[in-house]
Design a protein around this ligand. Structure first.
Ligand SMILES: [Zn+2]
Length: 110
């Protein structure tokens, strides 16, 4: 199964523009954005999706810190944003990820 996050982005093989990072999470600009402005937030350990997420205080804290930092950046720069996470058949990559985005859809895929 292709997992670009575990295989390339988290180990640093595929270089990304990092917005925010802790030991637990990584937030960065999507390398092939679907919207005009598109960021991704992922856990650094493999978790399939929100439906298989086990409560983890350290990860919860870092997720919400990353969400705050990225959404604040988008709000300040573009006026607002949307945050979403796909589950199950909606996921092209089976590694939990949040999308933060603003603007027009520029690529027609999941
Ligand atoms: Zn993974």
């Amino acid at each position: 199964m292709e997992d670009i996050y575990c295989q390339q982005i988290i180990p640093g093989i595929l270089k990304v523009e990092v917005i925010f990072e802790t030991e637990q999470v990584l937030a960065f600009y999507h390398t092939q954005p679907y919207w005009e402005h598109h960021a991704v937030i992922v856990p650094k350990t493999h978790i399939e999706s929100l439906s298989s997420y086990s409560n983890n205080d350290a990860l919860n804290r870092d997720f919400f810190e990353a969400i705050k930092v990225v959404t604040k950046l988008f709000e300040e720069n573009y006026g607002g944003c949307r945050i979403s996470s796909n589950v199950g058949d909606y996921q092209t990559s089976k590694h939990l990820h949040w999308y933060v985005h603003h603007g027009q859809r520029i690529v027609d895929k999941d």
